[in-house]
Design a protein around this ligand. Structure first.
Ligand code: ADP
Ligand code: MG
Length: 309
């Protein structure tokens, strides 16, 4: 359905909305009146009608608890390479969900993304999906050499594993959004079972600096997360995103998910794992706000062969 088919949306308005990034009826359905008001210059009453109409077309149908249970039966888990971390997550990272890894520089976010890009290719009985990976690299930290080491560590053929990881460099936040918008074809064609977005937030932080930009940044980021959520629902795949946060002295006594250094972090991940360095080169992962798992911590290590206990 085109934007023009919504009541009260003419060609000019549709064009304005598209330019502002609202390309689909779905994006209008999840938008707020406030954000559309600025772009379109329309009154609140009209906008309310447009948003309502967009929502009605979405066939947001209700599901019974049984149906949700049925859908979750197709949910699979990917091992992280460490038994402790897997236990923390109830078996590994889930398909149909977004898992966010957050922590300071060097805490192991990128290493875990590499490990998952390898592990998704494992046979199911070894904790994989026998599917391939899409790696969205925003910081130029994807390293094929690490993949080779980790593949060997899993007794997999390194050349095959490397060939089965598709890398997309994202050069700015709009480019990053575009990649996920266009990913559906590739996902089907390449049988993608994992999307890693490393890092989710770095471009958004540098593209939207300053106080006035905070709301814009959050809107774009929310929409990007929404796109990712849709991909993992439709294709029954796992999404892992990374988010770098700064450590602060009072961190461990307060709420680690609270806004840090003015960086508003409020996305819609299903699982959030806070990573930190510990004694003797060890790392600690802490599960935060899970809908169905207890909070807890797991100690793991990073070695040449990858993520291990
Ligand atoms: P970030 O959270 O910033 O993405 P990384 O995932 O890049 O952090 O973690 C970097 C850390 O990973 C290094 O400090 C090191 O401890 C570990 N690491 C990276 N490569 C290797 C390797 N080949 N062998 C052992 N440890 C490694
Ligand atoms: Mg990194």
């Amino acid at each position: 359905m085109e934007l023009e088919e919504l009541p009260g949306v003419g060609e000019a308005t549709a064009e304005k909305l598209r330019e502002a990034g609202y390309k689909t009826v779905e994006s209008i359905a999840v938008a707020s009146i406030g954000e559309l008001k600025e772009i379109s210059g329309m009154g609140e009453g009209t906008l309310m009608k447009i948003i309502d109409a967009a929502r009605n077309t979405l066939q947001m149908r209700f599901m019974t608890g049984t149906e949700v249970m049925e859908k979750r039966k197709n949910m699979r888990k990917i091992t992280l390479g460490s038994k402790k971390l897997d236990e923390l997550l109830g078996g590994g990272i889930e398909t149909q969900a977004i898992t966010e890894l957050f922590g300071e520089f060097g805490s192991g976010k990128t290493q875990i993304c590499h490990q998952l890009a390898v592990n998704v290719q494992l046979p199911e009985e070894r904790g994989g999906l026998e599917r391939n990976a899409l790696y969205i690299d925003t910081e130029n930290t994807f390293r094929p050499e690490r993949i080779i080491q980790m593949a060997k560590g899993m007794d997999l053929d390194p050349d095959t594993v490397l060939e089965n990881i598709i890398i997309a460099r994202a050069y700015n936040s709009d480019h990053q959004i575009l990649i996920t918008e266009k990913a559906s074809e590739l996902i089907k064609e390449k049988n993608i079972g994992l999307i890693a977005v490393d890092s989710l937030t770095s471009h958004f932080r540098s593209d939207y600096t300053g106080r006035g930009m905070l709301a814009d940044r959050q809107q774009k980021l929310n929409r990007h997360m929404h796109d990712l959520q849709r991909l993992c629902d439709i294709h029954n795949l796992a999404v892992v995103v990374t988010n770098q946060v700064m450590a602060r002295p009072d961190f461990f006594f307060g709420d680690p998910t609270a806004p840090i250094g003015g960086h508003v972090v409020g996305h819609s991940s299903t699982f959030r794992i806070y990573l930190r360095k510990s004694k003797g080169g060890k790392r600690v992962g802490r599960l935060i706000d899970s809908p169905n798992l207890p909070e807890g911590e797991a100690i793991f290590s990073l070695s040449e062969v990858g993520v291990r206990d």
